[in-house]
Each structure stands twice: as C-alpha cells, then as structure tokens.
Design a protein around this ligand. Structure first.
Ligand code: SF4
Length: 396
C-alpha cells in the first residue's frame, strides 16, 4: 500500500512518522515466489514467476514511498522473507538493496537476513548477496531425510540442504540459521535429534524448530484427514520438544525463545523485535507492520497488491490489548517479562486490576511448575514452554 494521505492510513501518517522518528525500525520485505508449492504451505506465495518483475517494481516503489512518507527513518534490522527470496536475480536483489539504502537511514544496521531455499542457491548467487551487504542467511532445511522432505513437497533433498549451508559459509555468511520441522507424519524422535545434531555440526549459529502447522487447508492436511497419513500425538510431540530442550544446549545452541535456539550473542535481532514489541514495517503482499498501537497487514492477493488495489487489514489496539501483548509475546522469550515494569504501565493506563488478575494466575502456575518468578521477573519454565499455548491464551 502506498502511504498516500488519501489512502487507508492517510490520517495516521503524521503519527506514524513521529513514531518512526522515536524508535529505530525493522524492515521486512516479502518475496512471494516459489518454484513449487510445499504440501503444508499456507503462506502468500505463487509459482507464477511472470508476476515477479511487476512485484519487484512495486516493492521498489513502496520502499521509496514509505521512506519518504516516514522522513527517511533509521532502521537497524532488515529481513527478506517469503516465499523464496533466493529466486530474486542478483540484479533484482541489488536494486532492492539500493532502494532500501536510499530510502532509509541504515547507518545503525545491525543485521540483514535473507531467507533461502536450499534448492535454489548456488555459490555465485550467495556471493552476490553477501557482497550487497546481506550478512545473515536462514535456510529452510526442515528435515535431513529425503522421504520426509518428499512428503513435505520440498524441492530439495537432505544432501542439497547440507550443501547449501556449506556454500553459504564459503560465500562468507558467518551468520547462518536453519529451520527444522517437528511433527511430520512418519518422523521419529530419534530422527529429529539426529538431524539437530547434524545441523549443529555444520557450525550454524542459530536453529529454529517449528511444529508442523496444518490449521489451514493444504494438500498434507487433506492426506491426514483422509486417514492416509497420521500426525504424531500431542504426547509424542511434547517428548520431541523436551528431548530437544535437553540436547540442543549440549550442542552449543541455547534456547532463547519458544521455537528458537542460538549460540551466545547470535539471537535473531530482527525476530526479537516482534517479541519485544518494537516497531517494524513490512512491505509486500501479506506483509505485516506495527508502529505504536497501530498494526496493519497488506493484501495477500498478489495481483491486487501489485496494482495497489488490495484491501489492507488495519487494527488499532486499545490500551488493554496493547498491554496484553507485552506478556503474550514477552513470555515466549526465555528471559521472560519484567512484571514491575508491566505493573507500572498498567497503573498509568488505569488497568491495574487487569495486571493483578494476570499476575495472580501466573503466580498460581508457579505452584504447578509452569512459571518461574525471580523477584519481579517472570518466565515460563521448560515445562511451561511445552504448554505455552494454553498459558498464553489468558492474554488473548
Ligand atoms: S518454500 Fe516456503 S513459502 Fe515456498 S511453498 Fe514451501 S513452505 Fe511455502
């Protein structure tokens, strides 16, 4: 969406500009193209590569328009996600990078991450990205088993995933992350641990562990519903996460968020801003943004987004919703939440009874071994992390 005074955010542009002047932004670009569609995927992505030139042109226009509308604000993290950003040509990537540098003040830049599919990268592309200043790469490995990868509809095998990690290192990416998936039909606990060990042995600094999510319609969900494939039980999944919680720190990868493990100092700075409720601007179809208490999501209909005729979803959080997001997101982090600070904020908003009700429940959960209080700071225990959905729903 172009930030036009007559557009959906028109009346709020002044407030957004002020917010962007107060706090450094994170910038996210969504690249909605994939060579093939994975069987579990419900992201905004398409195989129609004919749309790619128009999408990149539109993204370039959006970057420049938003930079101008917000007064060329400072940004300290960049994230190129998808879809498959590694389907951008080096020239397209160079153009987008140059536009980001022109439209935003990137002097404070701490991290520039791009996601890549192991089936789409070669050394030349990786070296070009590295030369352009992208310094962190996140590879969607998902599993190191060709049968499971085929079941997921991934376009790469296990050897290709390991090769992509090695190529990224050769291209100069010292900061490498991998995604591993849990809960795939047919995946054993011992195989997950074996894959985590093999990935840690590549020297990656960061590992994201995701549970297979079949909430939305997709071919894999249809297979499961037809009884042709069986998902692991909740207990089996909990066993896997518990085993990973024990094993990954031994491999040098400490948990810092429910789904994320890192070597010391290698936490994802961009993703951390989501859990810390720091502002971010997302550009591209279905990209989400949040500044202050305003949140919006771009249209996920790619042709409509390209022509700026999609309808973004805009949400203005009321004070109670904004307050609830602090523990809702912050308790995902292993360092937890400063409850003294939350109590003060609640007092300033006349919401003290709400904060007291949450506190009583979180203190009650300590007796069940699900939360840990240290002075005024609260966090989820390892067991609490395993049942976090049930705990965090009190803030929704
Ligand atoms: S590579 Fe990622 S975005 Fe593309 S189809 Fe697979 S899961 Fe979806």
């Amino acid at each position: 969406m172009i930030p036009d005074p007559s557009g959906p955010l028109g009346g709020r542009l002044g407030a957004l500009r002020a917010a962007a002047g107060r706090e450094t932004l994170g910038l996210y670009l969504h690249i909605p193209f994939c060579l093939d569609r994975c069987t579990y995927c419900s992201f905004t992505t398409t195989r129609d590569r004919e749309l790619q030139p128009a999408t990149v042109a539109r993204l370039r226009r959006e970057i420049r328009a938003w930079g101008a509308a917000l007064g060329r604000p400072a940004a300290d993290t960049l994230y190129l996600g998808g879809g498959t950003p590694s389907l951008l040509s080096p020239i397209e990537l160079a153009d987008l990078t140059a536009d980001l540098r022109g439209a935003f003040d990137l002097d404070p830049l701490e991290e520039a991450t791009l996601e890549a599919n192991p089936g789409t990268v070669d050394l030349a592309w990786l070296a070009a990205a590295r030369t352009l200043g992208w310094d962190r790469i996140s590879l969607g490995v998902q599993a190191l088993d060709d049968g499971l990868l085929a079941r997921l509809g991934r376009i790469h095998g296990a050897a290709q995933a390991l090769e992509a990690l090695a190529l990224a290192e050769r291209a100069g990416f010292r900061r490498r992350s991998a995604d591993l998936m849990v809960g795939i039909p047919g995946q054993s606990l011992s195989k997950v641990i074996e894959d985590a060990r093999a990935l840690a042995a590549t020297g990656i600094e960061h590992l994201s562990i995701y549970l297979l999510d079949l909430d939305k319609a997709c071919p894999l969900k249809a297979e499961v519903e037809a009884g042709r494939l069986a998902l692991p039980t909740e207990d089996e999944v909990a066993d896997v996460f518990e085993a990973l919680q024990a094993e990954l720190p031994r491999l040098g990868l400490a948990p810092y968020e429910i789904s994320n493990y890192a070597r010391p100092g290698a936490e994802s700075r961009h993703n951390s801003r989501y859990w810390e409720r720091r502002p971010y601007l997302g550009l591209g179809p279905s990209a989400a943004s949040q500044m202050g208490d305003l949140r919006w999501t771009e249209s996920g209909v790619i042709p409509a987004w390209i022509e700026d005729r999609g309808t973004p979803e805009i949400q203005e959080l009321d004070p109670a919703e904004a307050l609830a997001e602090i523990p809702l997101l912050g308790l995902r982090l292993h360092r937890g939440v400063d409850w003294g600070d939350l109590r003060n904020r609640a007092g300033a908003l006349n919401l003290r009874p709400l904060a007291e009700a949450w506190e009583a429940r979180l203190r009650g959960l300590e007796k069940e071994g699900l939360t840990v209080w240290e002075g005024d700071r609260v966090r989820l225990s390892p067991r609490g992390m395993l049942v976090s959905n049930g705990i965090l729903e009190m803030f929704v």
